[in-house]
Design a protein around this ligand. Structure first.
Ligand code: AMP
Ligand code: ZN
Length: 668
């Protein structure tokens, strides 16, 4: 029997690896997403039931789960060199001359995009991904295998005639679209957006929880084969072989060039068209094609002589500075923004540029009506890099930084390191008021669905809410007449708010936005202070005795509870039924209405995610099970439910519910 099971597990794995390859690498899926999910679930169920057949490369583990506390340092067996840089065609021609001195036959090149991300080296043995290591200093890097396994572009199991053991190198990057999405959701949650896709990609690789890495949606492209043995004569052939083994390779956007002229054409083309790519590149990499030539050329102390990076110039344009305006962020930080006469730069029309802080304005010595140089570097928002002094008329005034908050008039303060100004009026400065409510409803806090940043802003503008407690007074009559609101959306919002009353104390404590109290600190506080009254009456000394709580946090907590407006908000939250004390029954239990009942969810759910659904079952005393059998009491079906539904119907004793019926069941 187990032998059959093992075969079944292995054939599912092989099949899913194949489907991943068709989907991510060839971009030609051969089955529907639904069928894929179904097979994946089947595999997961078998794996859960038979943990003895665990395989770290199983396609089921793509979703992550491995936690790495410290990334071990690994020596690279083959050093990861850097590339020599060139900035114009003269540099390239000089490089070719040096090559011709060593090699007295025609030399072919491969021109590839220079992907702007984080480079990695991945070891494959017998067709299986074994280890992935960051570049580090080129001699040694950090092992990040768990995290790399979550990236869909990276095959876990290869096909065809791959060598027994080799390394493949490439770049991990974020598409512009993913990057924007990550930032949009950070802003929703009241966090600062990331600066650029490149740093975000390399930062993501070093996150401890691989599930979080998975959520980032990283992409990968592989561009270099290396090993003791080379199964081809040229780099170009290696790329196309690697593609057949299942890798996403640079070949797709690369060109095999017979002459340097062709290389130059390729460069000219992409220098103009690079904005059309869905990701960022910072240049072109040119490699000598024949491995025999590569060996003859060898390496300098730092880089291969057979490769050369051609760096694109940051695009720079000149335009008129119309003025500087100041934005107040949700945390109260002030960002000066230059308003520019609109101008075309790197494929988009630029009207604004960030100035970051006062020091930068001073360093640039910006004056009103200056002609400024604007550049688009690695950052998404262009920046002012200089002033054309010749065009400055004598009687212009230097730009002086504002002293008061443009939103509420409060005198500004500066942060400890003196770089950034901020408005200290936390409780009444409009963007901060809004920021605080957005934080309250965000996923990691009260997780109120259907209430995003825009809706919160709208409700604030309409003077319906001013602090988190006001959310609980909202009525259908107030919401329905508002723009973009309909019966269904209003109902969703109100249901979401209602549901938040069941969120545990620690989430509320995090959500009310006490400065320096993050998720972890909130948890620690709840452990030590079982209700808000205890916390309210504690002292700095007592707080400091709690693990992980230092003087800064302790002061912030006691200050928070000294403020009468905060106290009033808390009293109101309490009166609306929000959890302000620890629930003593089994962890997180809310009720026992589902006691002893078993549940399974199938199909595409729309009112909640599968995770949320399963959590609800847990919290109300029910049990989640993973397959349809006589032991199942309820099958909750979403859209396009398939074979599970059929099977359940065939068994007959299983109660079939839709999502709303499931909620009704919980709510008695
Ligand atoms: P640099 O960091 O400027 O020294 O450039 C070298 C880096 O370029 C390498 O470490 C790789 O991370 C990156 N790179 C991006 N695209 C390619 C490519 N097609 N071939 C080789 N290296 C590349
Ligand atoms: Zn203000």
């Amino acid at each position: 029997m187990p032998h059959n099971i093992q075969q079944k597990i292995e054939s599912l794995r092989t099949e899913l690896h194949q489907h991943n390859y068709h989907y991510y690498i060839l971009d030609q899926p051969t089955i529907s997403d639904f069928e894929f999910d179904y097979k994946l679930k089947e595999l997961q169920d078998l794996e859960n039931q038979y943990p003895e057949f665990h395989d770290p490369n199983s396609p089921s583990l793509r979703v992550g789960g491995g936690i790495t506390k410290n990334f071990p340092t690994i020596q690279h067996q083959f050093r990861m060199y850097s590339l020599d840089n060139s900035y114009d065609f003269n540099d390239l021609e000089d490089w070719e001359k040096r090559i011709i001195k060593t090699i007295d036959e025609p030399v072919e090149f491969v021109a590839e995009l220079k992907y702007d991300g984080a480079s990695i080296s991945i070891l494959y043995e017998n067709g299986k991904l074994v280890q992935a290591v960051t570049r580090g200093d080129g001699f040694q890097g950090d092992e990040i295998t768990h995290n790399i396994r979550t990236i869909s572009d990276i095959p876990l199991q290869l096909n065809g005639d791959y060598p027994e053991r080799f390394f493949i190198r490439g770049e991990i990057y974020l598409t512009r679209k993913r990057f924007d999405k990550i930032n949009a959701s950070r802003v929703e949650e009241g966090l600062d957006p990331f600066m650029n896709p490149r740093n975000t990609a390399s930062g993501s690789l070093k996150m401890q929880d691989s599930r979080e890495v998975r959520k980032r949606g990283l992409s990968a492209v592989l561009y270099q084969y290396i090993g003791d043995y080379f199964p081809a004569e040229t780099h170009w052939e290696l790329l196309s072989k690697a593609k057949n083994w299942g890798f996403r390779v640079s070949e797709d956007q690369a060109r095999l060039c017979k002459t340097l002229e062709e290389v130059k054409n390729f460069i000219t083309h992409w220098e103009k068209e690079r904005h059309l790519l869905p990701f960022e590149i910072d240049g072109i990499v040119v490699k000598v094609n024949a491995l025999r030539h590569q060996r003859q050329l060898g390496y300098t102390a730092k880089s291969p002589r057979w490769a050369m990076a051609y760096k694109f110039k940051a695009e720079k344009v000149e335009t008129l500075l119309k003025g500087v305006s100041y934005q107040v962020g949700r945390t109260g930080a002030i960002t000066p923004v230059a308003n520019l006469q609109p101008i075309l730069l790197a494929g988009t029309t630029v009207k604004r540029a960030s100035l970051h802080n006062e020091d930068i304005i001073k360093k640039l010595d910006l004056h009103e009506n200056d002609w400024v140089y604007v550049e688009k570097g690695g950052e998404i928002i262009p920046k002012i890099v200089g002033v054309n002094r010749q065009k400055r008329t004598s009687e212009t005034n230097p730009i002086t930084y504002i002293q008061n908050c443009p939103e509420c008039g409060t005198p500004l303060l500066k942060t400890e390191d003196q770089a950034i100004h901020f408005c200290p009026n936390e409780l009444h400065c409009p963007p901060q008021v809004v920021g605080r409510m957005i934080h309250y409803v965000s996923r990691k806090a009260l997780n109120i669905d259907h209430l995003g940043g825009e809706t919160i802003e709208q409700l604030y503008r309409e003077k319906l809410i001013e602090n988190p407690a006001d959310l609980y007074t909202l009525t259908k009559e107030q919401l329905l007449p508002l723009e973009r609101m309909a019966e269904k959306s209003v109902q969703n919002i109100l249901e979401g708010i209602e549901k938040s009353k069941y969120s545990p104390f620690e989430k509320v404590l995090y959500g009310i936005g006490i400065k320096h109290v993050g998720e972890t600190v909130a948890k620690k506080l709840v452990k030590n202070f079982p209700n808000i009254e205890r916390l309210k009456s504690t002292s700095i000394e007592e707080l400091c005795q709690v693990e992980d709580i230092g003087i800064k946090i302790a002061v912030s907590i006691t200050e928070f509870f000294k403020n009468s407006e905060n106290l009033m908000m808390i009293e109101r939250l309490k009166s609306y039924g929000v959890q302000l004390e620890k629930q003593e029954n089994a962890q997180g239990s809310i009720s026992y209405v589902l006691d002893g009942k078993t549940f399974l969810f199938t199909g595409k759910l729309s009112l909640f995610t599968r995770e949320q659904a399963e959590e609800m079952v847990d919290q109300h005393g029910g049990k989640n099970i993973s397959a349809v059998s006589k032991n199942l009491n309820y099958l909750v079906v979403g859209e396009k439910a398939g074979s599970k539904l059929k099977k359940a119907q065939a068994i007959g004793s299983i109660i079939i519910l839709d999502e709303q019926q499931f909620l009704d069941l919980i709510n008695g």
